[in-house]
Every structure is written in C-alpha cells, then in structure tokens.
Design a protein around this ligand. Structure first.
Ligand code: FAD
Ligand code: NDP
Ligand code: LAN
Length: 483
C-alpha cells in the first residue's frame, strides 16, 4: 500500500471556503449522500432504456437516421476549427478533460444502442456509445460474450476502438480493436464508408465467442512471484488460460491469476465476487498472499469481467476510505461505485490540484521480456502497489507485451508529476513500448512520434484529406492539451 496519503498535501493558496475543505477532507460525504444515489438513478434509467429499446428492436430502424444527423453536422462544418465529438470531457474515462473540447467544432453523436446479435455469424452490431456494462448485460444474459471486455462498466466501444482497450484475455485475443470486424465511418466530407479487411456488412461489428449459459471462469490464487517467467508460462499455455492477470503487492510478491470458462463448478467453491457485500477484489486477492497459498474459485462471468469496477481498481480507497469495511459494504455496498463521470464533474479545483501533485495514473505497455526491468523502474520512480499486470499480444506480432498499470499515491519522496512521468516514458520508449493515451503524456511531439509510428496515420490523413478536419492525436493527449 502507498505509505503517503493523497491528502497529506496542503491545499493551494487559491483554494478556500468550507466547500473546498469538505471536498478535500470529506469527499466521501458528498460521494455517499449525492454521487452514489445519483449514479444509481442514472444507471437504472440508462439500463432500463437500453433494455426496452433492445427488446423492441427499434434501434436498427433509427440507426440510419441517426448516422444521417452526424453526416449533416459534418457537412455543415465551417472548414476552419477542427472537429471532435460533442461528448463532454467530464463524461470520459480519463484523468482529465481535453482543452480542445472548448475550441473544436462539436459533432453530436447520439449512437447508444446494441443493434443486432447474429448468433450464426457470432457477431454483434453496435453503436459507438454502447458501454461495456450495457454490452455484458445484454450478451451474457443470452449466453454470449465478446472476446475482450475491458473491465470498467462505462468504457465505450467507440472510445476503446480509438483509444485501445485491453483485458486479461488479450494475450490470446489481442486488443479491443483487433476483435472488430468492420467499422462504419463518417468521413471529413460527410460521406459514409464501411471499412473492414474483406467485403463486409455495414457498420461496426464485433466478433464474438460463444460462451456457456452462466459460464463461470474459475481460478484465483496461484500465488507466486509473478516474474516475467511465471506470467509468460501461464500466458503461453495453449491448453487453457483464457484469462491471465497479475497483481503485484510489492516488488517481490504478487499473485498470478489464471481463469477459464467453465460450465460446472465444484461444490462450495462458487464465489460471486460482484455482490455488494463482497470485499474489494484486490483485497480478496491480497488475502491469498497473506495466507501464503493459492486456491481455486468459480466466479460468475459478469462478476469476473467487472471485478475491478466496484473498487475502481484501488482508486476508491482514496475516495471512500472505509468502503471495504464490512458494515459499510452490507449497508451501502450496493450503491458503489460512484460513476467516474460524476466524480470528475464534482471534484472541484482543489481536489484536481491534489491529484495533480500527489497522484500517478499510467498504463505502460512493454515487451514481456522487459517486464522485470520495468517493474524495477516503477518501484524506483513511484513505488505504488498494487500494480496491475496484464499480458497481451499485439495483432499478429509474435512478441508478447504486458500492460503495467500503476494507479495511486506514490510512496517515494522525490515524486514530481512531470519529471517522474518523463523518466518512465523515456524507459518505455527505450524498450519500444507504448503509453496508454487516456493518461497524461508529458512527451514532446517528437518523442510521441518516436513511440507511435505515424507512417500509416499521416498517409491516411493526407489521402482522406482530413488534416484540417480532425486534430492530430498528440494535440488531444499531451498534458498541455488537457485541463
Ligand atoms: C484520446 C484519443 C483521441 C483520439 N482522437 C482521434 C482523432 O481525433 N482522429 C483519429 O483519427 N484518431 C484518433 N484517435 C485514435 C488514433 O488515431 C488511433 O489509435 C490510430 O489512428 C491508430 O492507428 P494505427 O495505424 O496505429 O492503428 P493499428 O492499431 O495498426 O490499427 C487499428 C485497427 O485497424 C486494423 N487495420 C489495420 N490495417 C488494416 C487494414 N489494412 N485493413 C483493415 N483493418 C486494418 C487493425 O487490425 C486494428 O484493428 C484517438 C486516440 C486517443 C487515445
Ligand atoms: N482496460 C482498458 O483497456 C481501459 C481503457 N481505458 C481508456 O479509456 C478510453 C476510453 O474511454 P471512453 O470514455 O470510452 O472514451 P472517450 O470518450 O475518452 O474516447 C476516446 C477517444 O476516442 C474518440 N472517439 C470515441 N468515440 C468516437 C466516435 N464515435 N467517433 C470519433 N471519435 C470517437 C474520442 O474523440 P473526441 O476527442 O472527438 O471526443 C476520444 O478522443 C480509451 O482511451 C481507453 O484506452 C481506460 C480504462 C481501462
Ligand atoms: C488499462 C486500464 C486497466 C486502465 C485503468 C485505468 C483506471 C484505473 C483509470 C481510468 C480513469 C481514471 C484515471 C480516473 C480516476 C482513477 C483512475 C482511473 C479510473 C479518478 C476516479 C480518480 C479520482 C479523480 O478525482 C477523478 C475523478 C478525476 C478520476 C477520474 C478518472
């Protein structure tokens, strides 16, 4: 656990007033009494609406009309300020809001529905603002899933396609964009094209796997030091291990979890970890380490997919410090988690500044062969535990990578948001790895272009004549472009 508290820093001179004091020291009051009920009502409305629309099958009839509305807005573009989606920055699953949202020409995209599940072709056709929670609710109930389900409920299909998505099945299935068969795109001139490897049906299609009704991924424990060897061995085992995940609790101790879908369960070993009164997942896993032995559990599929949702990985402990207390869990656990979007909307300047100075949130994707050195770099630079490890493959490339996710308050004395992040970024560039772009990047434009090969990107922007129409990604993701 980080030794320093997020809130040990003093608020800035500009911060004043009781509201600010409450927001910093008693954020949980606002979260429990306002944000949790608001999140709950929002979810009820949203899921009921999606369920009714899906059952009535009304969405496919409206899809073309909605796309035409997008086209009209693009055709009416003034040709000067570049375009972006009208989705406000506070709604997105990233640390900060893009400043470009204030200046760009905004295109409203009201595309929020799962359109069709084709059980013969094993595909699902859905619109870009469909969330992972919505998709798993719809599919798992019918006995289906998609091969890669990034674990936070509110991540959207569009955001994951454009910004990349990863899960513990990614060592077999690749990244989120690799499971997509076809995209329907509105181009800068307002025309619509379909884009896929082969001739294809219209619109965005995600390939999907058949799963069993009430499939239960099993396997939790396997306590071991998840050095790259253990992780790699589990990742490469061909006969199973649909899911591989590691949680490091210190530089030398951690838990590797492997899981497979199963139709049956050993008696007494079913653990519905998603239920409101259950301990936070990372605490539950840590208990295996404390016990010093591994074990096998059978976890319902949806509970497994969203295992880090309730505790927002481990970020919730800074927001509701007593959230894992058994009394709290039984009384109010069913309201948790607060929506990330509502947390963002209500955090205020003082909390923002505290996070800015005392918090580190990064996912770095490095070749598995460099994992040991990477762990040492993270330990030296930030010393934050738990640390998330998720092996994955990159398209057709042979090399295995691992996503190292570090979220929390650094346990080192010399943490500096910019200098520390730049040192970690330099290491990642050195080993030919990548940074995930929901997080803040302090790289210069040249460093960014060194990390991400822009050859295809530049060519497509030229060919499609959209250089003026859409900002380049660097101008959306670098730290200075975010507020
Ligand atoms: C915060 C954020 C904002 C962004 N904003 C924008 C934006 O405004 N505009 C924008 O354009 N992008 C935006 N992006 C997305 C970014 O530009 C994409 O990541 C980039 O375009 C991917 O290019 P690539 O060549 O590296 O992709 P790759 O990862 O190589 O490919 C992407 C997908 O296309 C498939 N593919 C590759 N080649 C072919 C082929 N020949 N035929 C069929 N399929 C193929 C791959 O299998 C893969 O699924 C944003 C990303 C982030 C994180
Ligand atoms: N396990 C995982 O993989 C996790 C991934 N993440 C990250 O979270 C982000 C996704 O969050 P989410 O809130 O869903 O998405 P965002 O709204 O943040 O979208 C990400 C980018 O994709 C663009 N985009 C999204 N939909 C469309 C569309 N229909 N047309 C054109 N551009 C679009 C947005 O463009 P614009 O700027 O114009 O709005 C935005 O810049 C990703 O970057 C992902 O890597 C976060 C947590 C976990
Ligand atoms: C690839 C993977 C697994 C990424 C996981 C990333 C998550 C841990 C990140 C994504 C969005 C994220 C940065 C966020 C936060 C924590 C870490 C999150 C959830 C919080 C909730 C921390 C508290 C902050 O006040 C604030 C509300 C702004 C942010 C919002 C985004």
């Amino acid at each position: 656990m980080p030794s320093t508290s997020l809130f040990s820093g003093t608020p800035s001179k500009s911060s004043s007033g009781w509201l600010e004091y409450v927001l910093i020291h008693y954020r949980w009051v606002i979260v429990i009494f306002f944000l949790l009920p608001a999140s709950f009502l929002y979810d009820i409305y949203y899921y009921t609406r999606s369920w009714v629309v899906f059952k009535l099958s009304s969405a496919p009839q409206h899809h073309d009309k909605k796309v035409a509305t997008v086209q009209k807005q693009v055709q009416a573009w003034n040709g000067e300020t570049p375009m972006c989606t009208a989705r406000p920055g506070w709604q997105t699953i990233s640390f900060r809001e893009g400043a470009y949202k204030k200046t760009c020409h905004k295109v409203a995209i009201n595309l929020v529905d799962v359109l069709q599940i084709d059980t013969e072709k094993k595909t699902v056709w859905c619109e870009p603002l469909v969330t992972m929670g919505q998709l798993t609710h719809t599919l798992v109930e019918l006995g289906w899933t998609i091969p890669v389900v990034p674990e936070m409920d509110d991540l959207t299909v569009g955001g994951l396609v454009m910004g990349t998505g990863i899960e513990t099945s990614s060592h077999k299935q690749g990244l989120f964009q690799h499971i997509c068969l076809s995209y329907e795109l509105v181009l800068a001139d307002g025309s619509v094209v379909t884009c896929s490897k082969d001739e294809n049906p219209r619109s965005l299609l995600l390939s999907s796997l058949v799963i069993w009704h009430s499939g239960l991924p099993d396997g939790c424990g396997n306590k071991d030091h998840p050095s790259s060897k253990v992780c790699e061995a589990e990742t490469r085992r061909t006969e199973g291990n649909q899911f591989v995940e590691g949680l490091m609790y210190s530089l030398h101790s951690g838990v590797v979890m492997t899981a497979n879908m199963s139709n049956t369960a050993e008696p007494g070993k079913i653990n519905e970890i998603g239920r409101w009164f259950k301990p936070w997942f990372f605490k539950h896993v840590g208990a295996y380490l404390d016990k010093g032995e591994g074990g096998v559990e059978y976890i319902p599929l949806r509970d497994y997919y969203h295992r880090h949702t309730r505790s927002i990985f481990w970020e919730i402990q800074d927001i509701i410090p007593f959230g894992n207390n058994v009394v709290f869990r039984y009384l109010l656990g069913w309201l948790v988690p607060p929506k990330v979007s509502l947390l963002k909307l209500t955090q205020g300047q003082a909390v923002k500044e505290l996070y800015e100075k005392n918090h580190f949130i990064q996912d770095m994707l490095v070749p598995l062969a460099d994992m040991k050195e990477a762990l040492e770099v993270f330990h030296k630079e930030v010393k934050i535990y738990p640390l998330w490890l998720c092996p994955f493959k990159w398209g057709d490339k042979e090399t295995l990578y691992v996503d190292i996710g570090s979220y929390g308050t650094p346990g080192v004395d010399n943490f500096h948001p910019e200098r520390t992040t730049r040192r970690v970024e330099a290491f990642v560039r050195k080993v030919k790895g990548f940074q995930m772009m929901y997080a803040d990047s302090y790289m210069t434009r040249d460093e960014y272009r060194e990390m991400f090969d822009h050859t295809l990107y530049d060519r497509m922007r030229k060919e499609l004549q959209c250089e003026k129409a859409f900002p380049v990604v660097y101008d959306k993701v670098n730290r200075k472009a975010r507020i």
